[in-house]
Design a binder for this molecule. Structure first.
Ligand code: FAD
Length: 349
């Protein structure tokens, strides 16, 4: 038998799972592991080269994220939005330009990228986080739960599962989960699992020099949204946004050509002098997405009450942003559910 034994195990080292781990640790409970199938932590938060290829923005009313970054001593800053923005609304006519009302505050970004939050949450508990460890089976035993992973077995008294519900049925549950919960799980869309992000870096923010914000809203064409993504110190100059999902299945080369042509048309020739160009298609990422994806642009209903209960006789609790009744889908929902799950675990032990 394994000596990978802990009082608690958290499945998934995304924002929700790491928030639970952080809360447990802060409450003096250090007997836990976090099992993460990717070879990195962060889940749908991924900052590379100062570009957020996953979650980026939060608002004033995302109080759970704001509380968390305050506790972690992480700073926030406003999304750059000065200058003319572009609205591309049909293929035939010219684009429109508009300017944001300077009295309306823009969304916040995390200084250092959203990954700064993840790194701060993991700081001090690195040895408890087991990456490249995929949970394959969860079996209830008399005195706890046995988890079979690709790296051996783990045992805990109670566990929190933070993986996107839609991919949870890949795990074999023994005994099986109730049918009504499985139905809810299968109907819970994974927020943003269909998104394709693109990020480009430049030697200078040429768009700002032309009094352009870098923002494009594309109702038609290769890019659906684009924003200035320079860092707070303006050392990295970048544009980041979303590629039209209609280009998902064309070749990489064709997609990149279409994106660059589009950006060149709306922001200028300078786009072609990029230093780096990178895309991330989350639908192709098995640890987020499932085989059947569909585009959902409005936040679907999250926080189904079925996720409130413990399963397997009080030993298994579901968490993660899609289970959250508060800003489900968003980082705020991930933090809310992470705090709630950890407190729930502690109070029931
Ligand atoms: C492109 C994109 C843009 C976004 N933009 C924003 C934004 O601007 N603002 C905002 O608020 N939110 C945004 N979001 C949403 C935000 O990223 C999520 O709400 C949040 O990161 C979810 O955290 P989570 O911990 O609930 O789930 P996840 O981050 O999905 O974490 C779950 C973890 O479980 C792991 N896992 C999966 N299966 C297993 C297994 N079998 N065994 C072990 N581990 C497993 C995964 O690898 C993952 O690390 C965006 C998301 C994407 C993809």
């Amino acid at each position: 038998m394994t000596n990978n034994k802990a009082k608690y195990i958290i499945v998934g080292a995304g924002l929700s799972g790491l928030t639970s781990a952080y809360v447990l640790n802060r409450q003096g409970e250090t007997d836990f592991f976090v099992l993460e199938s990717r070879d990195r932590i962060g889940g749908r938060i991924l900052t590379e080269n100062e570009i957020d290829f996953g979650a980026t923005w939060f608002q004033n009313d995302h109080e759970n994220v704001i509380d968390l970054i305050n506790n972690l001593n992480i700073d926030k800053f406003h999304q750059y939005s000065k200058g003319k923005s572009v609205l591309v609304y049909n293929t035939m006519g010219p684009a429109h330009y508009f300017e944001k009302d300077s009295n309306t505050p823009s969304a916040f970004r995390v200084v250092g990228g959203s990954m700064a939050m993840i790194n701060a949450l993991a700081s001090g508990i690195e040895t408890k986080i087991k990456t490249a460890t995929t949970v394959l089976e969860i079996k209830e035993e008399k005195d706890g739960v046995l988890l079979t992973t690709n790296k051996g077995r783990y045992k805990a008294e109670k566990i929190i599962i933070t993986i996107p519900p839609r991919i949870a049925p890949r795990i074999l549950f023994n005994p099986e989960l109730p049918e009504s919960l499985i139905k809810t799980i299968n109907n819970t869309h994974t927020w943003m699992s269909n998104a394709i992000k693109v990020g480009l870096t430049f030697r200078s923010p040429f768009w700002r020099h032309k009094y352009m914000s870098g923002m494009i809203i594309g109702q038609t064409g290769a890019v659906t949204e684009l924003y200035d993504h320079s860092d707070v110190n303006e050392k990295t100059h970048a544009l980041m946004g979303f590629i039209n999902e209609g280009l998902r299945d064309v070749s990489k080369v064709e997609r990149k050509t279409k994106v660059l042509n589009y950006l060149q048309k709306h922001l200028g020739e300078e786009v072609l002098d990029y230093i780096t160009y990178k895309e991330k298609d989350w639908s192709k990422d098995r640890n987020t997405s499932c085989e059947t994806i569909k585009s959902i642009y409005m936040s679907p209903r999250y926080g189904n009450s079925k996720f409130e209960s413990f399963y397997l006789n009080g030993k298994v609790l579901f968490s993660g942003t899609e289970t959250s009744s508060v800003y489900g889908g968003y980082m705020d929902g991930a933090v809310y559910s992470g705090v709630k799950a950890a407190k729930n675990l502690l109070s029931k032990s």
